[in-house]
Design a protein around this ligand. Structure first.
Ligand code: MN
Ligand code: MN
Length: 342
Protein backbone atom coordinates (compact mmCIF):
# COMPACT_ATOMS: atom_id res chain seq x y z
CA UNK A 1 0.00 0.00 0.00
CA UNK A 2 1.26 3.56 -0.57
CA UNK A 3 2.90 4.50 2.62
CA UNK A 4 5.22 7.27 3.71
CA UNK A 5 7.17 5.39 6.34
CA UNK A 6 8.85 8.22 8.21
CA UNK A 7 8.69 11.95 8.57
CA UNK A 8 10.87 14.91 7.77
CA UNK A 9 12.33 14.39 11.24
CA UNK A 10 14.14 11.28 10.06
CA UNK A 11 13.74 7.53 10.03
CA UNK A 12 13.84 7.03 13.79
CA UNK A 13 11.32 9.69 14.74
CA UNK A 14 8.42 7.85 16.34
CA UNK A 15 5.81 8.25 19.07
CA UNK A 16 7.91 8.66 22.25
CA UNK A 17 10.74 6.77 20.56
CA UNK A 18 8.92 3.41 20.27
CA UNK A 19 10.30 1.10 17.58
CA UNK A 20 9.63 2.10 13.98
CA UNK A 21 8.07 -0.57 11.77
CA UNK A 22 6.68 -0.83 8.27
CA UNK A 23 2.98 -1.62 8.14
CA UNK A 24 3.73 -4.16 5.41
CA UNK A 25 6.00 -6.02 7.89
CA UNK A 26 3.46 -6.22 10.70
CA UNK A 27 3.10 -9.98 10.46
CA UNK A 28 6.64 -10.29 11.81
CA UNK A 29 6.23 -7.80 14.67
CA UNK A 30 3.86 -9.34 17.27
CA UNK A 31 2.75 -5.83 18.15
CA UNK A 32 0.02 -5.09 20.69
CA UNK A 33 -0.45 -1.50 19.55
CA UNK A 34 0.46 0.21 16.28
CA UNK A 35 0.67 4.00 16.07
CA UNK A 36 -0.29 5.46 12.67
CA UNK A 37 -0.09 9.09 11.60
CA UNK A 38 -2.96 10.40 9.47
CA UNK A 39 -1.72 13.79 8.23
CA UNK A 40 -4.92 14.91 6.51
CA UNK A 41 -6.67 18.27 6.94
CA UNK A 42 -8.53 18.81 3.68
CA UNK A 43 -11.82 18.23 5.49
CA UNK A 44 -11.32 21.19 7.82
CA UNK A 45 -14.07 23.83 7.85
CA UNK A 46 -12.16 26.66 9.52
CA UNK A 47 -8.52 26.91 10.64
CA UNK A 48 -6.39 24.31 8.82
CA UNK A 49 -3.13 22.67 9.87
CA UNK A 50 -4.08 19.35 11.48
CA UNK A 51 -1.96 17.56 8.86
CA UNK A 52 0.95 18.56 11.09
CA UNK A 53 -0.69 17.03 14.15
CA UNK A 54 0.89 13.55 14.09
CA UNK A 55 4.48 14.67 14.48
CA UNK A 56 3.60 17.33 17.07
CA UNK A 57 1.86 14.63 19.13
CA UNK A 58 4.75 12.20 18.70
CA UNK A 59 7.27 14.78 19.91
CA UNK A 60 5.42 16.40 22.83
CA UNK A 61 7.06 14.88 25.86
CA UNK A 62 9.37 15.80 28.70
CA UNK A 63 10.39 12.38 30.06
CA UNK A 64 13.55 10.47 29.14
CA UNK A 65 13.60 8.66 25.80
CA UNK A 66 14.17 5.37 27.58
CA UNK A 67 11.20 3.41 26.27
CA UNK A 68 9.37 3.42 29.62
CA UNK A 69 6.46 5.52 30.86
CA UNK A 70 5.40 4.11 34.27
CA UNK A 71 1.87 5.28 35.08
CA UNK A 72 1.90 6.50 38.67
CA UNK A 73 -1.73 5.80 39.47
CA UNK A 74 -2.31 2.54 37.59
CA UNK A 75 1.06 0.92 38.29
CA UNK A 76 1.44 -0.28 34.75
CA UNK A 77 3.81 0.86 32.01
CA UNK A 78 2.05 1.35 28.69
CA UNK A 79 5.28 1.22 26.68
CA UNK A 80 6.78 -1.88 28.29
CA UNK A 81 3.70 -3.89 29.32
CA UNK A 82 2.44 -3.53 25.75
CA UNK A 83 4.56 -3.83 22.61
CA UNK A 84 3.90 -0.46 21.02
CA UNK A 85 5.34 0.29 17.58
CA UNK A 86 4.99 3.20 15.16
CA UNK A 87 4.09 2.54 11.54
CA UNK A 88 4.74 6.11 10.44
CA UNK A 89 2.42 8.35 8.48
CA UNK A 90 -0.06 7.27 5.84
CA UNK A 91 0.36 9.04 2.53
CA UNK A 92 -2.82 11.13 2.26
CA UNK A 93 -3.03 13.48 -0.73
CA UNK A 94 -4.77 16.71 0.35
CA UNK A 95 -6.81 17.00 -2.82
CA UNK A 96 -8.27 13.52 -2.71
CA UNK A 97 -10.33 12.69 0.35
CA UNK A 98 -11.56 9.35 -0.98
CA UNK A 99 -8.07 8.08 -1.80
CA UNK A 100 -6.74 9.35 1.52
CA UNK A 101 -9.43 7.49 3.44
CA UNK A 102 -8.91 4.34 1.40
CA UNK A 103 -5.21 4.30 2.23
CA UNK A 104 -5.90 4.92 5.91
CA UNK A 105 -8.50 2.18 5.91
CA UNK A 106 -6.03 -0.26 4.35
CA UNK A 107 -3.39 0.53 6.95
CA UNK A 108 -5.81 0.18 9.87
CA UNK A 109 -7.10 -3.08 8.40
CA UNK A 110 -3.53 -4.39 8.27
CA UNK A 111 -3.08 -3.53 11.95
CA UNK A 112 -6.30 -5.27 12.93
CA UNK A 113 -5.42 -8.30 10.83
CA UNK A 114 -2.50 -9.12 13.13
CA UNK A 115 -4.61 -8.64 16.24
CA UNK A 116 -3.10 -5.31 17.23
CA UNK A 117 -4.87 -2.16 18.36
CA UNK A 118 -4.58 0.80 15.96
CA UNK A 119 -3.87 4.18 17.54
CA UNK A 120 -4.29 6.89 14.93
CA UNK A 121 -2.89 10.40 15.27
CA UNK A 122 -4.86 12.88 13.13
CA UNK A 123 -5.35 14.78 11.06
CA UNK A 124 -8.77 16.37 11.05
CA UNK A 125 -11.81 14.38 12.10
CA UNK A 126 -12.57 13.26 8.55
CA UNK A 127 -10.10 10.45 9.27
CA UNK A 128 -12.83 8.58 11.18
CA UNK A 129 -14.13 7.56 7.76
CA UNK A 130 -10.94 5.59 7.20
CA UNK A 131 -10.48 4.25 10.69
CA UNK A 132 -14.04 3.34 11.65
CA UNK A 133 -14.84 1.69 8.32
CA UNK A 134 -11.80 -0.52 8.77
CA UNK A 135 -12.60 -1.40 12.38
CA UNK A 136 -16.28 -2.11 11.79
CA UNK A 137 -15.63 -4.20 8.68
CA UNK A 138 -12.79 -6.17 10.19
CA UNK A 139 -14.81 -7.05 13.31
CA UNK A 140 -18.06 -8.03 11.59
CA UNK A 141 -20.26 -9.89 12.46
CA UNK A 142 -19.24 -8.62 15.89
CA UNK A 143 -20.68 -5.15 16.47
CA UNK A 144 -18.49 -2.16 17.24
CA UNK A 145 -19.61 0.97 19.06
CA UNK A 146 -18.13 4.43 18.71
CA UNK A 147 -17.48 6.56 21.78
CA UNK A 148 -16.89 10.09 20.56
CA UNK A 149 -15.47 12.95 22.63
CA UNK A 150 -15.95 16.27 20.86
CA UNK A 151 -17.28 19.81 21.21
CA UNK A 152 -19.11 19.11 17.96
CA UNK A 153 -21.53 16.46 16.75
CA UNK A 154 -19.97 16.19 13.26
CA UNK A 155 -23.33 15.06 11.91
CA UNK A 156 -24.19 17.58 9.23
CA UNK A 157 -25.39 16.25 5.87
CA UNK A 158 -22.90 18.31 3.85
CA UNK A 159 -20.09 20.79 4.46
CA UNK A 160 -19.56 23.37 1.70
CA UNK A 161 -21.44 20.85 -0.42
CA UNK A 162 -19.05 18.02 0.45
CA UNK A 163 -20.39 14.80 1.89
CA UNK A 164 -17.09 13.65 3.39
CA UNK A 165 -15.46 16.24 5.67
CA UNK A 166 -14.79 16.82 9.35
CA UNK A 167 -18.31 18.04 10.10
CA UNK A 168 -20.19 15.23 8.36
CA UNK A 169 -18.26 12.03 8.98
CA UNK A 170 -20.33 10.71 11.87
CA UNK A 171 -23.52 11.02 9.81
CA UNK A 172 -21.93 9.11 6.92
CA UNK A 173 -20.86 6.30 9.24
CA UNK A 174 -24.40 5.91 10.56
CA UNK A 175 -26.11 6.29 7.18
CA UNK A 176 -23.95 3.67 5.51
CA UNK A 177 -24.45 1.25 8.40
CA UNK A 178 -20.86 1.21 9.60
CA UNK A 179 -22.20 1.95 13.07
CA UNK A 180 -25.72 1.97 14.43
CA UNK A 181 -27.02 5.32 15.64
CA UNK A 182 -27.71 3.83 19.06
CA UNK A 183 -24.09 2.71 19.26
CA UNK A 184 -22.70 6.20 18.67
CA UNK A 185 -22.38 8.11 21.94
CA UNK A 186 -21.06 11.65 21.97
CA UNK A 187 -19.64 13.45 24.99
CA UNK A 188 -18.79 17.13 25.41
CA UNK A 189 -21.01 18.89 22.88
CA UNK A 190 -21.56 22.63 23.27
CA UNK A 191 -21.83 25.90 21.45
CA UNK A 192 -23.97 26.95 18.51
CA UNK A 193 -23.85 24.18 15.94
CA UNK A 194 -25.38 22.12 14.34
CA UNK A 195 -28.74 23.54 13.25
CA UNK A 196 -32.13 22.07 14.22
CA UNK A 197 -32.57 19.80 11.15
CA UNK A 198 -29.32 18.06 12.01
CA UNK A 199 -30.28 17.79 15.68
CA UNK A 200 -33.55 16.23 14.55
CA UNK A 201 -31.67 13.72 12.39
CA UNK A 202 -29.56 12.78 15.42
CA UNK A 203 -32.65 12.21 17.56
CA UNK A 204 -34.39 10.19 14.84
CA UNK A 205 -31.37 7.95 14.50
CA UNK A 206 -30.97 7.23 18.17
CA UNK A 207 -27.71 9.03 18.84
CA UNK A 208 -27.02 9.89 22.47
CA UNK A 209 -25.16 13.18 22.86
CA UNK A 210 -24.11 14.44 26.27
CA UNK A 211 -23.82 18.20 26.16
CA UNK A 212 -21.54 20.05 28.56
CA UNK A 213 -24.62 21.47 30.31
CA UNK A 214 -25.78 17.93 31.16
CA UNK A 215 -22.26 16.89 32.17
CA UNK A 216 -22.04 19.90 34.45
CA UNK A 217 -25.41 19.21 36.05
CA UNK A 218 -25.06 15.43 36.54
CA UNK A 219 -21.31 15.14 36.91
CA UNK A 220 -18.77 13.54 34.61
CA UNK A 221 -18.53 10.18 36.46
CA UNK A 222 -22.30 9.61 36.25
CA UNK A 223 -22.47 10.54 32.60
CA UNK A 224 -19.41 8.49 31.74
CA UNK A 225 -20.80 5.40 33.47
CA UNK A 226 -24.03 5.74 31.53
CA UNK A 227 -22.17 6.24 28.25
CA UNK A 228 -19.98 3.19 28.84
CA UNK A 229 -23.06 1.08 29.60
CA UNK A 230 -24.65 2.21 26.34
CA UNK A 231 -21.66 1.49 24.10
CA UNK A 232 -21.17 -1.98 25.59
CA UNK A 233 -24.83 -3.00 25.70
CA UNK A 234 -25.03 -4.69 22.29
CA UNK A 235 -21.42 -4.65 21.10
CA UNK A 236 -18.22 -6.53 21.82
CA UNK A 237 -15.81 -3.70 21.09
CA UNK A 238 -15.60 0.05 21.38
CA UNK A 239 -13.66 2.45 19.17
CA UNK A 240 -12.61 5.63 20.97
CA UNK A 241 -12.48 8.85 18.94
CA UNK A 242 -11.18 11.91 20.75
CA UNK A 243 -11.43 15.30 19.04
CA UNK A 244 -9.02 17.44 21.05
CA UNK A 245 -11.47 20.35 20.89
CA UNK A 246 -13.59 18.56 23.49
CA UNK A 247 -11.09 20.17 25.84
CA UNK A 248 -11.50 23.84 26.58
CA UNK A 249 -9.48 26.14 24.30
CA UNK A 250 -7.54 27.09 27.43
CA UNK A 251 -6.29 23.49 27.55
CA UNK A 252 -6.19 22.92 23.80
CA UNK A 253 -5.76 26.15 21.83
CA UNK A 254 -4.06 24.43 18.91
CA UNK A 255 -7.10 23.23 17.03
CA UNK A 256 -9.17 24.27 14.06
CA UNK A 257 -12.61 24.96 15.53
CA UNK A 258 -12.19 25.91 19.21
CA UNK A 259 -15.32 26.20 21.34
CA UNK A 260 -15.09 27.69 24.86
CA UNK A 261 -16.55 25.85 27.84
CA UNK A 262 -15.01 22.42 27.49
CA UNK A 263 -13.23 19.80 29.56
CA UNK A 264 -10.21 20.62 31.62
CA UNK A 265 -7.18 18.59 30.63
CA UNK A 266 -7.55 16.56 33.83
CA UNK A 267 -11.18 15.76 33.11
CA UNK A 268 -10.26 14.55 29.64
CA UNK A 269 -7.38 12.40 30.87
CA UNK A 270 -9.50 10.94 33.69
CA UNK A 271 -12.29 10.14 31.24
CA UNK A 272 -10.03 8.49 28.65
CA UNK A 273 -8.19 6.44 31.25
CA UNK A 274 -11.44 5.27 32.83
CA UNK A 275 -12.90 4.28 29.47
CA UNK A 276 -9.77 2.32 28.56
CA UNK A 277 -9.88 0.51 31.89
CA UNK A 278 -13.53 -0.38 31.76
CA UNK A 279 -14.55 -1.07 28.17
CA UNK A 280 -12.94 -3.31 25.52
CA UNK A 281 -11.23 -0.76 23.28
CA UNK A 282 -10.47 -1.99 19.77
CA UNK A 283 -8.92 1.23 18.51
CA UNK A 284 -8.19 4.82 19.45
CA UNK A 285 -7.81 8.06 17.52
CA UNK A 286 -6.89 11.57 18.56
CA UNK A 287 -7.73 14.22 16.01
CA UNK A 288 -7.78 17.96 15.27
CA UNK A 289 -4.44 18.96 16.78
CA UNK A 290 -3.30 21.90 14.66
CA UNK A 291 0.19 22.92 15.83
CA UNK A 292 0.26 26.30 14.07
CA UNK A 293 -2.40 27.55 16.51
CA UNK A 294 -0.82 25.92 19.53
CA UNK A 295 0.99 27.77 22.29
CA UNK A 296 3.84 26.22 24.26
CA UNK A 297 2.88 22.82 22.80
CA UNK A 298 -0.06 22.79 25.23
CA UNK A 299 -2.37 20.97 22.85
CA UNK A 300 0.24 18.55 21.60
CA UNK A 301 1.17 17.59 25.17
CA UNK A 302 -2.45 16.97 26.04
CA UNK A 303 -2.94 14.82 22.94
CA UNK A 304 0.22 12.86 23.73
CA UNK A 305 -1.07 12.20 27.25
CA UNK A 306 -4.51 11.23 25.97
CA UNK A 307 -2.78 8.43 24.08
CA UNK A 308 -0.67 7.42 27.08
CA UNK A 309 -3.73 7.36 29.35
CA UNK A 310 -5.57 5.17 26.83
CA UNK A 311 -2.61 2.79 26.52
CA UNK A 312 -2.19 2.68 30.29
CA UNK A 313 -5.85 1.82 30.76
CA UNK A 314 -5.55 -0.91 28.11
CA UNK A 315 -2.45 -2.32 29.82
CA UNK A 316 -4.16 -2.21 33.21
CA UNK A 317 -7.26 -3.94 31.87
CA UNK A 318 -5.14 -6.77 30.46
CA UNK A 319 -3.60 -7.42 33.85
CA UNK A 320 -7.09 -7.74 35.31
CA UNK A 321 -8.13 -10.24 32.66
CA UNK A 322 -4.86 -12.13 32.71
CA UNK A 323 -4.83 -12.66 36.46
CA UNK A 324 -8.54 -13.01 37.03
CA UNK A 325 -8.33 -10.30 39.65
CA UNK A 326 -11.63 -8.84 40.67
CA UNK A 327 -12.59 -5.50 39.25
CA UNK A 328 -11.12 -2.68 41.27
CA UNK A 329 -13.05 0.50 40.71
CA UNK A 330 -11.32 2.17 43.65
CA UNK A 331 -7.57 2.39 43.62
CA UNK A 332 -5.81 2.16 46.98
CA UNK A 333 -3.50 4.92 48.07
CA UNK A 334 -0.29 5.27 46.14
CA UNK A 335 2.05 4.36 49.00
CA UNK A 336 0.12 1.13 49.63
CA UNK A 337 0.98 -0.23 46.20
CA UNK A 338 4.39 -1.67 45.50
CA UNK A 339 5.24 -1.76 41.80
CA UNK A 340 4.25 -5.10 40.35
CA UNK A 341 7.21 -7.25 39.44
CA UNK A 342 7.28 -8.63 35.90
MN1 MN B 1 -14.83 16.47 15.50
MN1 MN C 1 -14.72 19.27 17.24
Amino acid sequence: MPHRPRSMFGPDFTFLGVPAIEVSDLARESADVVILGAPFDAGTSHRPGARFGPNAIRAADCAPWDGARPHLALRVDPLTDLRVVDGGDIEMPPGDTALSMTRLREAVTAVLAVGAIPVVLGGDHTVSLGTMRAVAAQRRPERTALLHFDAHADTDDTQFGLREAHGTQMRRLVEEGTIHGRELVQIGLRGYWPAPPTLNWMAENGLRAYEMTEIGARGLPVVLAEAMATVTADTTGVYLSVDIDVADPAAAPGTGTPEPGGFTSRELLDAVRTVAQRVPLVGVEIVEVSPAYDHAETTAYLANRVILEALSGIAWRRTQIDTGTAWQPELPLLHDRPWRQR
